[in-house]
Design a protein around this ligand. Structure first.
Ligand SMILES: [Zn+2]
Length: 596
């Protein structure tokens, strides 16, 4: 019988459930080993390898050899069933039977035996076959021929034309030979591997026909891009192993020199960028005596040596904390620097907020606005620290070739529109200009506004980081947002005045964003003070009187505007009303004020 020939005793499934489960587990494991062996060393006779590695009785081995063809039918090494049995009953378990041990221990012993044996296997041929299959070598050669110019042989190879692929009619699935990441054409494009890219592979694509369902397979990438991301993973720039791209957001900060980084630069930057070599972050809120960066900035608001010292100590403090939480494996908000070899063309600093796949606490999953607001904050600080240009993008590669193309100090690649309140008129860059007009520089202003908004966001309720979008949308429509936040704080805290730096934050917002409206408020306040009777030498209660008069005047103007038909029409049509009706409005408003 089969049992005799292979030395197997089939046991009653009920009475020997534990053993049968172990057997099935070991069989599954060995099936993986079988395919691994097939791929790594195609020349190897796998059955012989198993017979060498595991203690199989001579008779059983001979019988297996005779029927090798039958057992290996369909390409799968079903003979591992017999091997697994003899492993479990073999010398590995002479001290105690396999059933008496926890399954982990059993598989661990199996794993150690396999590892030991695999070390002897020559995997060179197999690995080369895999690499050849990926097209790494061929595609790298094409890539170098296209992009490498030697001054001694000044001729270039034209890129093979990708037009054919672009013009090919779209289908439901991904076809053609264009890489979805770098847009190069390559013969060796393959569906990308999401675990290596650390991002979704099945996202919106305009390279396929529109359909209800996204294409079943991942979009394509070329070997050069795949190699790039394999190398990034190897350098510790991938997500930490327990984080999942589904719940994580990453923004890349490319720090570029004006011309190139000289060895002097490198010496200068080494201590400055040291905390980023470990993993650190930019804390936006205070934890007890550990201030966040917005608090430090609002205390003096200048890029001076003290600021650099404070910044360094905060970054070092955070790096130390994160090291205690797992360092490279830390899942959460983190900022890190890619490894630098030699003289780089740019530094790549990654801002990311990572989360596990099973994360349910929404505060731990960044929204896009939150991510950008924080990355912007980080980029302004880094730009101030290094005096370099910074390019901020969600794309994992740098979409420009020449740093000279970047005119502004910080260039943002498609930031969310919600940030316009912070960025001002130019919505995708931050410049150094402003000082020449007697104002603060663009960089300082953005840092002022960002810091103020973070202080306000963490000081009001609800105070989660993602609520920054709520404060941004107020700032975007209301030049007096600072006053609004100040009042909101009072409402939430039984009329108490805000603590420091909350009050500074509100003041900064008013100073920068208040503009004409702020001037108007000040003028009205001044006038009302002049006409207020009786004059109070101490000036107590002034603020309240200004505010009363201001409110009264505004509501009087509103009422009066409704009473003049021409005004109403002009307001609807967006026209400027006639001078006569303006005079009429002023009279009506002044009348109401005087009566009050
Ligand atoms: Zn590519």
């Amino acid at each position: 019988t089969v049992e005799q020939r292979f030395g197997i005793a089939l046991l009653d499934p009920k009475a020997h459930k534990t053993f049968n489960e172990l057997w099935s587990l070991a069989r599954r494991y060995l099936l993986y080993v079988d395919t691994l062996l097939r791929d790594l060393n195609p020349a190897e006779n796998r059955l012989e390898w198993f017979l060498r590695t595991f203690p199989i009785p001579q008779l059983v081995a001979d019988n297996l050899r005779q029927e090798a063809d039958i057992w290996a039918r369909g390409g799968i090494g079903k003979y591992v069933l017999v091997i697994a049995y003899h492993f479990l009953r073999g010398p590995d378990f002479t001290d105690r039977p396999a059933e008496a041990l926890p399954p982990e221990t059993v598989i661990e012993r199996l794993h150690r035996r396999v590892l030991e044996a695999l070390r002897q296997v020559d995997t060179q041929a197999g690995r080369q076959a895999v690499v050849a299959d990926l097209g790494l070598r061929q595609d790298l050669e094409t890539y170098l021929a296209e992009n490498l110019y030697l001054s001694l042989a000044p001729s270039g190879d034209l890129v093979e034309d990708g037009l054919g692929s672009y013009l090919a009619p779209k289908r439901k699935g991904h076809t053609g030979q264009v890489c979805s990441i770098c847009n190069r054409r390559s013969e060796y494009v393959q569906p990308l591997r999401a675990g290596i890219l650390d991002d979704f592979g099945r996202v919106f694509s305009n390279r396929v026909l529109p359909a209800r369902e996204a294409p079943q397979a991942n979009r394509l990438w070329c070997p050069v891009c795949q190699l790039e991301f394999i190398l990034r993973k190897k350098m510790g720039m991938g997500l930490s192993s327990s984080a999942h791209y589904k719940n994580s957001r990453r923004i890349y900060l490319y720090v570029l020199p004006t011309f190139s980084f000289t060895p002097d630069h490198l010496r200068l930057f080494k201590p400055l960028l040291e905390p980023f070599r470990q993993v650190t972050n930019f804390p936006v809120r205070d934890y007890g005596r550990d201030w966040g960066l917005p608090h430090y900035w609002l205390e003096r608001r200048t890029f001076d040596p003290d600021w650099v010292k404070e910044l360094q100590s905060v970054l070092a403090r955070q790096a130390e904390k994160i090291a205690g939480w797992g360092g490279q494996d830390f899942v959460g908000e983190r900022t890190l620097l890619g490894r630098i070899v030699g003289q780089p063309h740019y530094y790549l600093i990654t801002w990311e907020k990572t989360a596990r796949e099973s994360e349910t606490d929404d505060a731990r999953i960044a929204t896009r606005t939150e991510a950008w607001a924080k990355a912007l904050f980080a980029s302004v600080i880094i730009s101030g620290l290094t005096s370099c240009k910074v390019y901020v993008t969600e794309r994992p590669y740098l979409p420009i070739a020449d740093p000279a193309e970047l005119k502004a100090t910080i260039t943002l690649d498609a930031p969310p529109p919600a940030l316009r309140g912070v960025l001002g008129k130019r919505t995708d860059e931050v410049s150094l200009y402003g000082r020449e007009q007697g104002r603060r520089s663009g960089l300082e202003q953005v840092l002022d506004l960002s810091s103020a908004l973070w202080v306000v966001t963490t000081g009001l309720r609800p105070g989660k980081d993602k609520e920054i979008s709520r404060r941004l949308s107020r700032l975007n429509v209301d030049p007096l947002a600072g006053a609004h936040f100040y009042k909101e704080y009072g409402r939430e805290n039984d009329g108490q005045s805000p603590f420091r730096p909350f009050d500074v934050a509100c003041e900064v917002l008013l100073e920068i964003q208040g503009g004409e409206l702020m001037n108007l408020v000040e003028k009205i306040a001044q006038k009302s003070l002049e006409i207020a009777l009786p004059l109070n030498p101490k000036g107590r209660g002034k603020a309240r009187r200004y505010e009363l008069v201001f409110r009264e005047a505004i509501s009087a103007m509103r009422k009066a505007q409704r009473m003049i038909p021409e005004m109403r029409e002009a307001a609807i049509g967006g026209r400027r009303p006639s001078d006569q009706s303006i005079v009429e409005l002023k009279q009506l408003a002044a009348g109401t004020l005087l009566k009050g």
